[in-house]
Write a protein that binds this ligand. Sequence first.
Ligand code: ADP
Ligand code: MG
Length: 729
Amino acid sequence: MSMLRFKLLNEAQKRKALQAEVDGERSSEYFGCNVFTIDKMRSHLSKAGLKGFCNAIETGSPLTHELAEEVAQGMKQWAISMGATHYTHWFQPLTGGTAEKHDLFSEFDGNGSMIEEFSGKLLVQQEPDASSFPSGGIRNTFEARGYTAWDPASPAFVVGDTLCIPTIFISYTGEALDYKAPLLKALDAVNRAGVKVCKMFDENVGKITSFLGWEQEYFLVDEALWAGRPDLMLTGRTLMGHDSAKNQQLEDHYFGHIPSRVLAFMTDLEIESLKLGIPVKTRHNEVAPNQFELAPIYEEANLAVDHNLLVMSVMRRVARKHSFRVVLHEKPFKGINGSGKHCNWSLGTDTGVNLLSPGKDAVSNLQFVTFVANVLKAVHKHNGLLKASISTATNAHRLGANEAPPAIISIFLGAQISQVLDKVESSKTDEAIVIDKKSGLKLGIGHIPEIFIDNTDRNRTSPFAFTGNRFEFRAVGSSENCGNAMTALNTAVAEQLEEFVAEVNTLTTKGSAKEKAIFEVIKRYIAESKAIRFDGNGYSDEWKAEAAKRGLDCETSVPVIIDNFLKESSVAMFASTGVLNAKELHSRCEVSWETYTKKIQIESRVLGDLALNHIIPVATGYQSKLLDNVSKTAVLFPGEQGQEMSSQNRLLIERIANHTKEITLGVENMINARKVANKIECEREKSISYHDNVIPLMESIRYHIDKLELIVDNEMWPLPKYRELLFIR
Ligand code: ADP
Ligand code: MG
């Protein structure tokens, strides 16, 4: 299997990083205790077996059957010693999240007894009954076979009584049906291309690793209140709810005191995560009330993605122990900041160089500028595709909402790097830049000394920002599998680096000196990718107008944004890098459109149900009370006096009537809009119809419900309100 070609962050490196960065000795004692690490393999594999395994992962060569068998036996022994009775191939289907099917270790021994059995074959490959996982038409139901195949680069781990084996998920005919298979290929592509570029600067570079440090934002809601909100339960967000008088205006939650109940949850979550080898490090309150963030130390991207998915499921489990529900939706509450998953991304060499960190000497500076220029070029060329990689029905609420990145991809570089690039662009090819510590930039010859990065130079409104030694892709949604974004980004950069190598080679074959050729190509890249650079306020309307002028993708409708995957430039990019073929891309788009439709459909149904069965009866109930009051007032106080006394209630009665009428009509129209959309066969058109025709009606229904919330007697209101949901005591 080609996916064997990937290496995990070496255990020693990770431990060292953790020991250095995670406080307290004790966490290092249990760090990774639930993971089948190289250390554990030492006691469960033969010396030769361990060496073979490490070697296979290092060089990317496939494991032999004998070796797989030995690893399987060792893994089983270890898992059973950890109390595991079941094992599962753990995979990342296109539904988002993860999937697993648990099997007992035991098998019949042929004599009527059970023995614990787990073979190399079972470790390497399984065939889950996968017909109900989305495939976008790749698998017909009569040929519903899909296989999961072991990814030895991501270590197996035990959760509860189950050994979880990270796997990729592919169809019978070999197409990827998950997020992990293309990610592995993208990481391989960026490695291959990156090595070629690095060798221009240092012959010793043999491998490029893509690193990812995600920051997971989430909300916590008290479980009892959550249970009183069918919308939150069924769709992950509130479909109605008027602003609380106090929400985040005072910005008193950000980095504020963490309530003790939440702290207990966080501590538990951290311990569970550390046991699973996830190097969690940072926790803090976020901007919105009840919103928090968890971030680990960055890791090799494949492992980091696995760990993020794992953390999301551990969070859900641990939250329940503390009578919370964790809400990972990008926008659970209207009018309150949503949640993202900032993806900090960098590339590093096996010689220990971070390619996105400005180096200390001329060579590494030129190398740094080379990589930055290539990233600019790649993100510029594929800005629409990168947006597509993070666009979902749920993230759509967050993007462009003046609190999250706008729905336009641009790059923030900060003043210093911008100046460096401007200087490179305007310098003659045989000159280089010098940055003077005191006076800033100077033009010099032949050297590019240390570049000083002001880390405070940050722009929170940018979807893709340079932050000193990495780029931070901030547009990624909190609930998503960030493997999708990492695949798009690494593939785009891989394609670009290949192009760079080819262009430099063309110049050098024509007789140009290598450094000169590099300089010339970079200069052109900087000039050509200018449109993607934007350091200003990404929330402003001027930027939207400006971005459109610059030719950046400004589309806001998710179903249409998804088209970017099928653009000629995207298909060519995924094909040339070997990451996804056209058939796979089509199937992925089908799945995205279908998922979009289903999510909106569910929301719309829940909203209709709540409106008709919860809100309207309560509102009319209150209206009856008012009517009763008005008529009794008229009996007791006939004439003008009574009229005067009940004028306020009469007004409310009218307003309730108006809102309930609008809601009833709205629901009727919404159901009709759904009916029309549901008849459309083409998944793309159907999702567009949901976007264009169903969502606006949902918004107007909500508007009227939220108005009613302000009118109706608080005691009668059937749902917990924002002010209750959002403040943990
Ligand atoms: P902030 O919220 O200020 O952006 P955090 O500390 O919350 O920062 O998160 C930063 C994330 O970036 C962490 O996961 C960290 O490990 C990661 N990170 C730091 N350096 C790199 C790097 N060179 N490459 C990738 N990720 C990095
Ligand atoms: Mg950040």
